[in-house]
Design a protein around this ligand. Structure first.
Ligand SMILES: [Zn+2]
Length: 291
């Protein structure tokens, strides 16, 4: 599932290709992907120019010249692929649609631009969505308003991190990190990696964590997120970011999907357990529950 680093990779990449493009046509193959009638879509998207692109949590926000915004949430299997005669950039869910001929059977929406380039929204499992919101509706959009702070904001200090965790201090750390209303953008990959790096068991109750452990977790989380963004996000297989470079985060992940492999710190085999009904990867020696 695309998390903060993957959506940030799209954000940075698409800025290079989409700013200034004018939409000339929109085709929707699956209604729920962009759940408006065609008249509404045409009225608010055709002839609109892309002015800016931003990210909030796992949501990509494309601002248009007519005061409307186009939002994308990739959910489980969403991806965005830009294609012109000369260039191609795609990121999100790592499937072959990133590099294959498009449209394909996972294509849900095609945005055509007036220079003949296109943007494909592909989504195998159809949980992702796009929305068209004017400025006012964007401000009132509950999904975004409920999101916690951005961990990579320069204002996101250790003090704020502690305060956010304290809101749920009797809960278990992994489920709190996954809660988008506490901190925006973390999913299964980066919580597992951060907790391993900080040597914290995912079922540890926040109250039991000392200040120094929380500080270590804060530093680990930032390190993991920044590292992943610098590598273009994660990949199970064909993850392509800007100009076709493969994302490599998963190649050097320490625990995520590494069950049965030796821990890089202590050589104990990594195991997979269930936490908050999510497959979770830990080193049973480095990440012990506190007594
Ligand atoms: Zn270990």
């Amino acid at each position: 599932m695309p998390e903060l680093p993957e959506v940030e990779t799209i954000n940075r990449g698409m800025k290079k290709y989409l700013i200034g493009k004018v939409i000339s046509k929109v085709e929707v193959d699956w209604f729920k992907s962009l759940a408006y009638d065609q008249k509404f879509i045409n009225k608010h998207l055709i002839n609109a120019r892309i002015d800016s692109i931003d990210r909030r949590g796992k949501v990509l926000i494309i601002s248009l010249s007519n005061n409307f915004n186009l939002l994308f949430h990739l959910k489980m299997t969403g991806q965005l692929v830009y294609k012109s005669d000369k260039e191609r950039f795609g990121a999100g869910h790592p499937s072959d649609s990133l590099i294959n001929k498009l449209p394909d059977k996972s294509t849900r929406i095609i945005f055509y631009f007036n220079d003949n380039s296109k943007l494909f929204f592909n989504d195998q499992r159809k949980f992702g969505w796009a929305k068209i919101l004017d400025q006012e509706s964007l401000k009132e959009f509950e999904y975004l308003n409920k999101l916690g702070p951005e961990p990579l904001d320069k204002d996101f200090s250790l003090k704020i991190f502690k305060a956010r965790l304290d809101l749920r201090k009797n809960s278990k750390i992994k489920s709190v990190l996954l809660d988008q209303s506490i901190i925006a953008g973390l999913g299964n990959i980066y919580t597992d990696e951060s907790l391993w790096m900080a040597k914290i068991h995912p079922l540890e109750v926040i109250n039991k964590l000392s200040q120094s452990r929380i500080q270590k977790l804060y530093e680990s989380m930032l390190e993991v997120l920044n590292l992943s963004i610098s590598r273009g996000g994660s990949s199970d297989r064909n993850y392509i970011d800007i100009v076709g470079k493969k994302g490599t985060y998963i190649d050097f992940a320490n625990v995520y999907k590494k069950a049965g492999m030796p821990c890089k710190r202590c050589s104990t085999n990594i195991i997979r357990i269930k936490v908050a009904s999510r497959g979770t990867h830990i080193c049973p020696k480095c990440q012990k529950l506190l007594k």
